[in-house]
Design a protein. Structure first.
Length: 116
């Protein structure tokens, strides 16, 4: 399984667009687990969708250097240090130009909880 993931990352890196690679890496590297599948964030975790590329690169480079300004940010250090320069560039390209998929299965207002 790990070899397959490595092969997919390698293939996308060679043949995919930066946006597509960034989308793949955002999910494969676990970013979506905390920041959400649409990079929307939550009360505890910041939204990343459509933030400026300069801001995103600056934050991730800081995390790679071990800089965190609060306890919530400390978890990002390990994730960021695992990114190559190309991966960081692709992920920030994806996030800074994020386009939400139009193939939603349902509207939030149709949710079982009534959209709450």
């Amino acid at each position: 399984m790990k070899k397959l993931l490595i092969l997919l990352v390698f293939t996308l890196t060679l043949f995919g667009s930066s946006y597509e690679n960034g989308h793949f890496l955002y999910n494969a590297k676990g970013c979506s687990n905390c920041h959400g599948t649409n990079a929307e964030g939550s009360n505890e975790v910041p939204r990343l969708a459509n933030k400026s590329k300069k801001f995103l690169v600056s934050k991730l480079k800081g995390f790679q250097a071990g800089i965190a300004t609060n306890q919530n940010q400390q978890i990002m250090i390990g994730f960021a240090q695992g990114l190559s320069d190309k991966e960081l560039d692709d992920i920030t390209n994806f996030l800074s130009t994020y386009k939400q998929s139009s193939n939603k299965k349902y509207k939030l207002s149709e949710d079982v909880m009534g959209g709450y």
